[in-house]
Design a protein around this ligand. Structure first.
Ligand SMILES: Nc1ncnc2c1ncn2[C@@H]1O[C@H](COP(=O)(O)OP(=O)(O)OP(=O)(O)O)[C@@H](O)[C@H]1O
Ligand SMILES: [Mg+2]
Length: 304
């Protein structure tokens, strides 16, 4: 099989634990993301999601292992990888508009100032920021507005890979819904690949092609890759009526509630730690169906 667009190979991250020892966040974690895929990652606080994202962004070097994008080693930041951080990090001395034009003019050196501004404004408008508000500095914006600027900034650079670390966490439900819809619209119109961290199971089912499930840390691992077997376009009110919706949702809830603990804390014994593929499809014939089995029972999953 051809190598995936994004290939994470035997990634290990250790940190000093603050007491003279070593904290192994994850060990020999391997997984791939295909071009154009929308992948969400779910896991409890502290399991290492942001750490993985920082490595994918090229902002941190892992203790060992490699990340390749389009066959090239990821090292250092690049305009091909757009990041929306958990704690939106805008440049405080620049207006909302300038926070967006900054990257756009770096990416499109031949563009006139007017063209750069027009492009940036279009992306700000996409997240609901129009008119004079774009001239405000981050300190003059609400938390939700700042988060929207950081989303517009990442999208405006049209990166090959969008890395989103709980991008909607600080938004009210209404804005969150609107921006989720915008995100799907932009993603479906482009070749972009999205890797998104979220704590919200329903958001993940609505948006993702596939959900990666992480066990609790330390020694966390990406244990499962759950296919979202619900056709697009998806709509948040109709999706719950799809026969696979609650089957998938229950599987995720059960993982986060129980198995993320049961599977936690085991070393890799030097082995590559690849997620198992879980394909739940009530709509298809029986063999392809994964039953949601009681706690402790073995899961019938299909390996890659
Ligand atoms: N620079 C660092 N030095 C030491 N320990 C760190 C460092 N960065 C992260 N950690 C530790 O690594 C573990 C994983 O942290 P990370 O931020 O990746 O978690 P997370 O899954 O993103 O959690 P959350 O959902 O709360 O954002 C935590 O135990 C954290 O304390
Ligand atoms: Mg985090």
């Amino acid at each position: 099989m051809a190598k995936p667009f994004l290939s994470i190979e035997r990634l290990t991250q250790q940190f000093p634990d603050g007491a003279g020892g070593t904290l192994t966040v994850f060990e020999n974690a391997s997984f791939g993301v295909e071009k154009g895929e929308f992948v969400c990652i779910l896991g409890h606080s502290g399991c290492g999601k942001s750490t993985i994202m920082n490595i994918l962004a090229g902002l941190a070097e892992p203790t060992s292992g490699v990340v390749k994008m389009d066959g090239m080693h990821v090292s250092g930041p690049s305009l091909d990888r757009g990041v929306v951080f958990q704690n939106y990090s805008l440049l405080p001395w620049l207006s909302a508009l300038k926070n967006v034009t900054f990257g756009v003019s770096a990416r499109h050196k031949g563009w006139s100032k007017a063209k750069v501004e027009e492009h940036a404004r279009a992306y700000l408008a996409m997240v609901g920021l129009e008119g004079d508000v774009v001239h405000r500095k981050p300190s003059q914006l609400s938390g939700g507005m700042r988060q929207r600027v950081s989303i517009a900034r990442a999208f405006a650079n049209q990166p090959k890979l969008l890395l989103l670390d709980e991008p909607f966490g600080a938004l009210d439900a209404l804005t969150r819904g609107t921006i989720q819809d915008e995100l799907i619209k932009v993603w479906s119109q482009t070749e972009q690949t999205v890797f998104m961290i979220t704590h919200d199971i329903d958001e993940a089912i609505l948006l993702a092609d596939r959900i990666l499930l992480m066990t609790n840390g330390p020694l966390a691992r990406v244990a499962e890759s759950v296919d979202i077997t619900i056709p697009r376009p998806r709509n948040r009110t109709e999706i719950v009526e799809h026969p696979n919706y609650y089957a998938i949702r229950n599987h995720l809830v059960q993982f986060l509630g129980q198995r993320s603990k049961d599977l936690a804390g085991h070393g890799s014994d030097g082995q590559d730690q690849r997620p198992e593929t879980v394909h739940i499809d009530k709509a298809a014939h029986a063999e392809a169906d994964v039953d949601i089995e009681p706690e402790g029972a073995h899961l019938r999953a299909v390996n890659d």
